[in-house]
Write a protein that binds this ligand. Structure first.
Ligand code: ADA
Length: 579
């Protein structure tokens, strides 16, 4: 399943799901003597009993048939973590980072059989600055769908839509990019519209081997807003036509909403909002990082059942189908680029700056149309306390502002009073663990955090506690409520939430670490503190079995829901799911 809706009606499109041949190999490009395995795609190789801990390069191979001479576009929605693609033996794409998509376009493919070879590498080393041994697992393989499309020489490459509100009237800024792969200049007619509202047509001329981006702002007086409590979505349709017929199209969904952070408040459509949510790793005991649609839906239902109105995609851009579900059900999203806990030294790795900038750009360009994303974030717990770190924070936040001026930006800091970047984002966010890593009082620490923000450049900005939580081993019960037990985890979250959800708390959001337990990299050093190579701060375990803390959080969040209904109640909560 590619998305929750058809992305093309004109362009022939199919998902290359099913069984692919597979073989571990020693390096990218190697052609093995035999392909001894067959694995499901999308999927990760860890699900095969012999490959549960394999870290290295894996070759996926698929033969496809085409029935006419055409151009092919192959889109890989997520390959973990470094991919190299060969089509009929010719290198067609290289991409680093598991959590954003990339494509390969091949011109003039003859009818008949063609071979796709996908090399996926999940090993750590100099080539991978973002994927390192970490507090989550880097699975191997095509964890998200692979899509095969037939395109003409002129095709729609991307359509971005930015909703804006001027004097109470909705308008939309369009940015549509059309590419000409051909060797001659061409003229084409482009139709852009929103179903149920209006559309317009423009004629564009595109030189050979280049692209043109059309920009235009349109008024939508009749548009209904997307609100967390009433998530109205519109189908966006772009179509290219020549003299005779429609020759290409692009379909997406958008919502009209305005987000602002004036006076230290976060507002969606002028309504002040308190974010209540969870941090979520895309990880499941049975699926690894390759979620089936029902698994994604199950997470949405559980998050809604908890009384959350927000989810943070810690620590990387999420599966588009998950974002589609958030759009559809009114769950607000903090989406962040891919990084966790990188020191200055790690940020100075020669591959860090470009890989990090690339994932930031891809995240915003690929996911910008999702109405549910209300915050962009970067670089969780990296070196925001160093001069070099500040350069990177500043440049990535500026890049986001350039690509999308409509959403606030933040980063989750663990650097407390040492942080030197709090003047840069629109919202300040802190990860703190009172009751777990420290013995501090949650209420006092929250007020101290406000003080750090106020003194260090973040005065007047909304503040979010982006992580707090405690270990809780599923099924480990303790009469003495010792650390690591379900009881203690529940107590710690209870104490934290009492302080943070109090009327006078100076907060715009609380995000619990974390929704579900997750597998972590096998390593030495601090990762040895992760019993069973899992981070067990989940409210549910890797199989989604709720721990005691689940009910505790639900009690707090649901009572907020009734006190502050305008903050939004995601739709699945209305058809109560867990009873
Ligand atoms: C950090 C980090 C998380 C996780 C958490 C923990 O704040 O951002 O990824 O590692 O701590 O469990 O300690």
């Amino acid at each position: 399943m590619i998305r929750l809706f058809d992305t093309h009606e004109v362009r022939p499109t199919r998902e290359l799901e099913g069984l692919w041949e597979f073989q571990p190999v020693s390096r990218q490009g190697e052609i093995p003597e035999a392909m001894n395995y067959r694995l499901p795609v999308p999927g990760c190789w860890e699900n095969h009993p012999e490959l549960g801990t394999y870290q290295g390069v894996g070759l996926y191979l698929k033969k496809i048939q085409t029935s006419r001479r055409t151009n092919l576009r192959l889109e890989f929605k997520g390959v973990s973590h470094t991919a190299d693609v060969y089509i009929d033996g010719v290198h067609a794409a290289h991409h680093h980072n598991a959590y954003t998509s990339f494509d390969a376009v091949i011109r003039g493919v003859e009818p008949g059989e063609h071979e796709i070879r996908l090399y996926a590498d999940n090993s750590f080393g100099e080539h991978s600055a973002l994927h390192i041994a970490n507090d989550y697992y880097t699975y191997g393989g095509p964890i998200r769908p692979i899509v095969l499309e037939e395109i003409g020489d002129v095709y729609i490459e991307r359509v971005a839509f930015f909703p804006e509100c001027e004097d109470g009237v909705w308008q939309g800024r369009w940015q549509a990019t059309v590419r000409n792969l051909g060797n001659e200049t061409c003229e084409t007619s482009l139709l852009l519209g929103l179903d149920g509202l209006s559309s317009f047509r423009e004629t564009i001329t595109i030189e050979a081997n280049s692209s043109v981006t059309l920009e235009r702002t349109e008024l939508y007086r009749e548009a209904e807003a997307w609100n967390p409590g009433r998530p109205v979505l519109y189908t966006l349709r772009a179509e290219l036509s020549n003299e005779k017929e429609r020759c290409d199209d692009w379909i997406d969904r958008i919502g009209f909403r305005r987000i602002d952070t004036e006076d230290g408040k976060l507002r969606v459509n002028e309504q002040e909002i308190m974010l209540r949510g969870v941090n979520r790793h895309e990880d499941h005991a049975l699926a690894g990082a390759a979620f089936s649609f029902p698994d994604l839906m199950r997470d949405i239902q559980l998050i809604a059942d908890l009384g959350c109105n927000t989810v943070r995609t810690s620590h990387y851009p999420n599966d588009e189908r998950f974002l589609d579900l958030c759009d559809e059900f009114g769950l607000m999203v903090w989406e962040e680029n891919h990084a966790r806990g990188l020191s200055e030294e790690q940020m100075r790795s020669p591959n860090f700056a470009w890989q990090s900038e690339q994932v930031t750009r891809e995240m915003v360009e690929q996911h910008g149309n999702h109405a549910s994303i209300v915050i962009w974030a970067i670089l969780n717990e990296c070196a925001s306390d160093t001069v070099y770190g500040r350069e990177i924070y500043a440049s990535e936040l500026a890049l986001i502002r350039k690509l999308d001026p409509t959403r606030p930006r933040t980063f989750a800091s663990h650097n407390r009073e040492r942080d030197i970047c709090l003047d840069l984002p629109d919202i300040v966010s802190f990860n703190i663990y009172p009751g777990w890593y420290t013995d501090e009082d949650p209420g006092e620490l929250m007020r101290e955090a406000r003080g750090w923000a106020d003194r260090l450049g973040g005065a007047g900005k909304p503040m979010i506690l982006s992580e707090f939580g405690a270990d809780g081993y599923y099924g480990f019960r303790s009469a003495n409520r010792v650390k690591g037990s379900e009881e203690r985890q529940s107590d710690i979250l209870d104490e934290n939430l009492r302080a943070y959800l109090a009327e006078e708390a100076p907060l715009t959001g609380v995000l619990i670490w974390q929704f579900c337990d997750c597998r972590v990299s096998e390593s030495t050093g601090w990762l040895m503190s992760r019993g069973g190579t899992h981070n067990v701060k989940g409210l549910v375990d890797v199989y989604r079995r709720p721990k005691l803390a689940y009910e505790t959080v639900k009690k707090h969040f649901r009572s907020q829901q009734s006190k502050r209904p305008a903050d939004g109640i995601p739709v699945p909560a209305r058809t109560d799911v867990t009873g």
